[in-house]
Structure formats: C-alpha cells, structure tokens
Design a protein around this ligand. Sequence first.
Ligand code: SF4
Length: 168
Amino acid sequence: MNYKSKISIGGTLIWYYYICKREVWLIGHGIEPEQENDYIILGRHIHEMFYQNRKKELIIDNTIKIDIIPGKKVIGEIKKSTRYLESAKMQVAFYLYYMKKEKGVKMEGLLLVPEERRRIKVSLTPEVEKELERAISDIERILNMEKPPPAVKIPYCRRCAYKNMCWA
Ligand code: SF4
C-alpha cells in the first residue's frame, strides 16, 4: 500500500472506523442509506448557526474537506457533542497527518463543540500518527472484504442512517 492510497481514505471513514467497522464498509462501497439521518441534518444546522462567516472551508485535492480558522494554523472540526470524542480526535488527527505528509505543513487541530461550549486541542504526536497508520491499513483491509463485517449492536445504531438495513 503506498502513501497516496492511504490518504484517499478520508477523515469521515476514520471517524466511522472508531464507531462501526460495518459502516466503514457500507460508506466505502457507496451504499446509500435508506433515508437522511436526523443526526446529520442537526449537525449541519449547528454548523450553520454557530460558525457561518467565522471560518473558511478548504477542499484539498477534491477529497478532503476541512474547516480552517482564519488567521491561525489550525484545522477545526465542528461536532454536535463530545459523545464520540475519540473518533472525532482521530478524524482531526487525520487531517493534520494529511497536511503534514501531503503539503509539508505542520498544523494544530481544534475540535469545536458549540452546544457544550468546548474547544478541545488535537495534536499529531508520534503515538497518534502510529495509531492512524494502523487504522488506515485496517480500513483498507475492511474495504477489500467482499461482504461487510457482520452487524454488531452498539448504542450508535439508534441514530445510524443504516439502521433499517442492519436491523429491520
Ligand atoms: S446500524 Fe449499527 S451495525 Fe449497522 S452500520 Fe449502523 S452502527 Fe453499524
């Protein structure tokens, strides 16, 4: 696996990787969920309400979309809550990894949780980088599977856009 193929994974798949491996496969294979998920709609609404005009969106190589905080070398990611904090941190770390490896730019990360009025710093430490490399390799393994991994019931299933597909 070369470095370029690793980077095409994308931050969203990294987020899901730490939630549900089956969802990684479904998203990665372009399987459309049956309906738009309320959680996603709410996330967008929060994004618009709190951060319109306060940040700029940056699209890198048509694959990775990140928010940048004007005037700072910071990549920001907005979340609805800190419930899936580890996933969110790894998603931001992935963007830092991308900027370092692909663009040669060292940046810091910031998770913004407006509803909880929280700002959480994320740094690309050597340990985090190693864990990311492991996760990226495992995502590639999952995407190469012929069938999705079996469904495993987790609390996130309640809000998952694929819940009817997995549990109907
Ligand atoms: S419904 Fe549950 S098992 Fe199915 S993809 Fe979503 S999180 Fe994974």
